[in-house]
Design a binder for this molecule. Structure first.
Ligand code: ATP
Length: 368
């Protein structure tokens, strides 16, 4: 049979066993990643985990020691940045301060046709279109210094998209902006990306940004991929302790078996949804927002009393640190809607009745 028909479909961007060292330090450690066409993939991890190095390697701005990068079926591992097909946006906007907005956006659009006037017209029109696209129509003659941070980043985005690249690379594009502008621009970027269908890889260390924007999140640590999955999957079923701790707050509960579907954690006997192996310890994860607050006399399944150690009001919700006799080294942290807490006497020392519904006791793999 023809080899063409037996070949497995290939991802749009494939990274295979990519490794990068700086001296003895391993910045990328055998990274494998496949990105589908049109996907918005976010590289997420703490400072120094290698996410920028990975993005720069895809762009050809950093040369890997070993491994392969295949884009749209073409091995680009050793190609110069100019011969790869991407647009890039950096954290620091990186606009040319001496060029106006129009010239900044036009930067990558050079005229190669014989008819220079037609080419110039084409560029002017393209710049106009791009500025319209990012919500800054008619700003061609302004200079970067006359624009806010958010507006400069929109110009950088227009410049990156002007050549209709096949891949859009975003290196912490929102982190220099204030909180309100960051939220506004993140939804604009996501909306634009969906409309254009351009395959996008973004670096961030902000979990909320990753959860809000990504089709899939790649969680990294020490140059290695820890987990790849959709936001809900990463949040609801973290693959290891690092991912569980890095994405949102949580409570790890180590427990011993206490019957077919029961575990014991400190003073508590809890029912869970899975069959319990009676011959080993078990680890579960409970998100703070999954802990329920009951009336003090309610006696529901998996409910128990707990003493308030700390109460933090954070606007729409509050965090309550509790001594619940769970036998863990860390106290339990619960998150309740602040409206729901109104009128309840919550202060250090007060006693609450709380519950962990069985479906929210999420099993964790054994510690590495
Ligand atoms: P951040 O969010 O702080 O930018 P990051 O996850 O993007 O972190 P990288 O910039 O990829 O991290 O860096 C990964 C590691 O490689 C870091 O420990 C960094 O110090 C190191 N590193 C990066 N570039 C170089 C370089 N040119 N020379 C030596 N070490 C480097």
């Amino acid at each position: 049979m023809d080899a063409l028909f037996t070949r497995l479909p290939m991802a749009h961007l494939e990274i295979k066993q990519l490794t990068k060292r700086y001296g003895n330090f391993v910045a990328l450690d055998h990274i494998d990643l496949a990105v589908e066409e049109g996907e918005f993939v976010v590289l997420l991890g703490p400072s120094g985990c290698g996410k920028t190095t990975l993005l720069r390697a895809i762009a050809g701005l950093e040369l890997q020691d070993s491994g392969q990068i295949v884009h749209a079926g073409r091995d680009i591992s050793r190609l110069s940045p100019a011969r790869r097909d991407y647009g890039i946006v950096f954290q620091s906007y990186a606009l040319f301060p001496n060029l106006n907005v129009g010239a900044n956006v036009a930067y990558g659009l050079n005229s190669r046709t014989g008819d220079r006037r037609a080419a110039r017209q084409g560029i002017t029109q393209r710049v106009e279109e791009m500025l319209e696209l990012v919500g800054l129509p008619g700003t061609e003659s302004k200079f970067p210094a006359q624009l806010s941070g958010g507006q400069q980043q929109r110009v950088a985005l227009a410049r990156a998209l002007a050549t209709s690249p096949d891949l859009l690379l975003l290196d912490e594009p929102l982190s220099a902006l204030d909180a309100i502008e960051r939220v506004r621009l993140r939804s604009e970027i996501r909306g634009l990306q969906t409309r254009l269908g351009v395959t996008t890889i973004m670096v961030t260390h902000d979990q909320e940004e990753a959860l809000a924007m990504a089709d899939r999140i790649v969680v990294m640590k020490n140059g290695q991929v820890q987990q790849v999955g959709q936001p809900q999957e990463i949040y609801r079923s973290p693959g290891n302790d690092f991912v569980a701790d890095f994405i949102g707050r949580g409570n790890l509960i180590e427990a011993t078996p206490a019957g077919a579907q029961h575990i014991r954690a400190g003073d508590l006997l809890l029912r869970c949804r899975i069959e319990i192996d009676q011959n080993r310890k078990h680890r579960f994860y409970v998100r703070p927002e999954d802990i329920r607050l009951h009336n003090i006399l309610d006696d529901c399944e998996n409910s128990f009393t707990a003493q308030v150690l700390k109460y933090e009001f954070l606007g729409p919700y509050s965090l309550v640190t509790l001594d619940a006799k769970t036998g863990q080294s860390r106290p339990l942290v619960a998150q309740f809607s602040s409206n729901y807490l109104d009128g309840r006497p919550i202060h250090p020392g007060s006693i609450l009745r709380i519950g962990i519904p069985a479906e929210h006791l999420r099993p964790m793999p054994a510690a590495a």
